[in-house]
Design a protein around this ligand. Structure first.
Ligand SMILES: NC(=O)c1ccc[n+]([C@@H]2O[C@H](COP(=O)([O-])OP(=O)(O)OC[C@H]3O[C@@H](n4cnc5c(N)ncnc54)[C@H](OP(=O)(O)O)[C@@H]3O)[C@@H](O)[C@H]2O)c1
Length: 279
């Protein structure tokens, strides 16, 4: 009875594997190198190389549940479907899949995976969180450190930014409970916030002025391309900001199934050093 955690060293899985380990559930963490931090056991696995799909099962033949972070492709469905089929044949009976708040069943990219799992009749849960707090400590961090700014095309749009620890609480239960409580839970943080409000919070916490610079979609796309993002992926990310600007995430907040406890301001306080000024 082992849980395979694909993307086990990533943002969403990190607090999840901590919970599973503390509760003594046998786990194995998969990523491309197979190298994982102590005290965990790792396995090599690459979504883009199907010859690696058997590797986790060769060392852990009793894997029966999978936490799944898909590859960051415009359409990861072919790879994810192929792996689900393989894993089922190897005895996996439950899948907990990282998806996203806007994605209804059937809606590309990950909604197609919800639909596929639904059709198979297997036990599954598609987690639909809003945006992660951790984005500010990863992809947005450099710009905050060097330019004192957050850039977006989200305008006054608001988001229910959520802690990966709150997401992990839901994922943990979905993996270990006898019966899964929600099949496609929308998971949000306790507050709906705009980027202007986030910039104000960072200003207070860091003691220096942080600005939300409003870009139009073409300008934001240039920023994404400058970060080395492929064109099609940059276009998708820009469209997501447009969806936020149009109030899409505000609506998802209203219909959330799970409201997390952790507040974004506390995350900023606890991680202040991440945004220490760099000139
Ligand atoms: N960030 C947000 O605000 C947000 C909100 C809602 C939903 N999501 C969804 O969350 C997912 C990302 O999850 P995350 O933030 O936990 O991931 P993450 O922090 O980006 O980490 C990705 C994990 O997958 C591994 N990985 C990368 N490429 C791989 C490959 N080809 N084969 C096998 N493993 C690979 C990485 O390790 P190696 O690089 O070492 O292989 C790492 O362990 C995306 O599907 C995104 O749409 C994100």
């Amino acid at each position: 009875m082992t849980i395979l955690v694909i993307g086990g060293t990533g943002k969403s899985a990190t607090p999840l594997v901590r919970l599973l380990h503390q509760a003594n559930h046998p786990i194995v963490l998969a990523n491309r190198s197979g190298t994982v931090p102590a005290p965990y056991t790792g396995t090599r696995f690459d979504w883009l190389d199907p010859s690696t799909y058997p590797l986790p099962f060769s060392t852990h033949p009793d894997i029966d549940r999978v936490y799944l972070v898909a590859p960051s492709l415009i359409d990861p469905y072919p790879q994810v479907k192929a792996f689900i089929d393989y894993a089922r044949a190897r005895g996996v009976r439950r899948f907990v899949v990282m998806s996203g708040s806007p994605l209804e069943k059937g809606q590309p990219p990950m909604g197609r995976v919800h639909e596929y799992l639904d059709g198979l009749g297997v036990e599954y849960c598609a987690l639909r969180p809003s945006w992660f707090f951790d984005n500010f400590a990863t992809q947005y961090a450099d710009r905050i450190r060097t330019e004192d700014e957050i850039v977006s095309a989200a305008g006054d749009g608001k988001l229910g930014y959520v802690s990966t620890e709150d997401i992990a609480d839901v994922a943990f239960k979905a993996l270990v409970d006898d019966v899964i409580e929600h099949d496609n839970p929308i998971i949000v943080g306790p507050e709906l916030v705009s980027y202007d409000q986030i910039a104000d919070m960072l200003t207070e916490v860091l003691g220096r002025k942080i600005t939300h610079r409003r870009l139009d979609e073409a300008e934001l796309k240039q920023v994404m391309l400058g970060r080395g993002m492929p064109e099609e992926y940059a276009q998708m990310m820009v469209a997501i900001d447009g969806y936020v600007a149009g109030g899409g995430e505000g609506k998802q907040f209203e219909r959330a199934n799970v409201v997390g406890k952790r507040k974004i301001r506390d995350f900023f306080e606890a991680n202040k050093d991440v945004w220490r000024k760099v000139d």
